[in-house]
Ligand binder design. Sequence first.
Ligand code: ATP
Ligand code: MG
Length: 439
Amino acid sequence: MATPPKIYPRSEHMISRSLISDNALKVLYRLKKSGFQAYLVGGCVRDLLLGREPKDFDVVTDARPEQIRAIFRNCRLIGRRFRLAHVHFGEEIVEVATFRGLSGGDEETGERVLENGRLLRDNVYGSIEEDAFRRDFTVNALYYNIADFSVVDYVGGMEDHRAAILRPIGDPEQRYREDPVRMLRAVRFAVKLGFTIHPESAEVIPRLAGLLREIPAARLYDEVVKLFLSGYAVQAFEQLRHYRLFEALFPDTEACLAQEPDGFPLTFLAKALERADQRIENAQPVAPYFLFAALLWEPVRMRTRERIAAGQNEILAYQEAAGEVIARQIRHTALPRSVGLPVRELWSLQPRFARAQGGRALRLLAHPRFRAAYDFLLLRAETGEAEPALADWWTRFQGASEAEQKAMLRAGKRSSGRSRPRKRRSGAKAVKDAATSPP
Ligand code: ATP
Ligand code: MG
């Protein structure tokens, strides 16, 4: 270290202050006026250099948390080990961190703790240079200096940014081992920015992908949500599979996909992700539970089929398969209850579409999860797994007037061959049905 940084003066980069939020600017100027250094860093600088409006702004400074608090009235300190300041402006929060050291403490006294190459704690203050080297990718370690509007670069991030390359700082394998989540971040940023993961650092990923299994499942859940709600879910999925990261996150799903490489399950999931991307493009919300329902649908279907073949009734088979799949999945990506419950509801409504006669159809329509379950049914129909006539019936039914609905219910037919009498068939015929018409 101790190499001087490259400084890109205001005339050599295209960061426009008009894309920086007023509140972030206020924080930067106030720190500067109080005699401290103040920079924007991380994702916001990366995005500003692309001319994009960042979603949030991270500030770093040489001021200590207590000093930051003394400057801003609207400030709260958060974090136990590494304290950060949150400066509140109504809805907007500007996060202000003190430069963090790389190895400022003694590794043996626990300031920076490594276990099998993994970083467990990292909580010492440091210089701006140290702060730069502990970051993950070169393009994430650029500092926008409010004192002269220059960009300060210790790691070659500006050149990589111009070449659209995502490159870990330092030795890729070591950096991924320290924190395997960086492999997921590499994929996320690559697809979001349209950057290429530097070949030498890309090539080690498949070999190290399994390290994700040691990461707390709650953290992986958060990363997965970010990956698939990025607006680039289709690409993220392809890249995750390419790097064998997907199988570390969703082993049951991967096992199903691997069995039918060009078949239906891949199409269904790809369609679901495509739909999510479209919705984000149109500024419509995408619920994480819908994503997880799609991501885990194939294992649920497979287990349901097995249970039905073994003689279990359809509704129960779905319920138990769903419980089993979720119980296995939470060891990898811990779905919060607020997600796990609607996922199960959405699945459990699927077999009900084909069985809803009379009052049941109206109850299904009034179910709080009807809309999502119906969207899910449409996807299944589009990809050949459910009968298009069934999806059509429900499309018409929900758009119909009360009188029309009554007429539709009297006519009875949900779709060809699926409006079965209540009494279920049993024995060989049921098994055959289960095999030919997937649940
Ligand atoms: P996003 O647009 O998703 O917010 P970001 O780059 O700002 O992207 P954050 O997770 O907000 O990502 O992190 C802010 C910065 O903190 C990063 O740019 C990077 O410099 C650093 N950072 C975050 N996570 C890690 C990590 N796991 N290892 C090293 N540095 C990290
Ligand atoms: Mg960020």
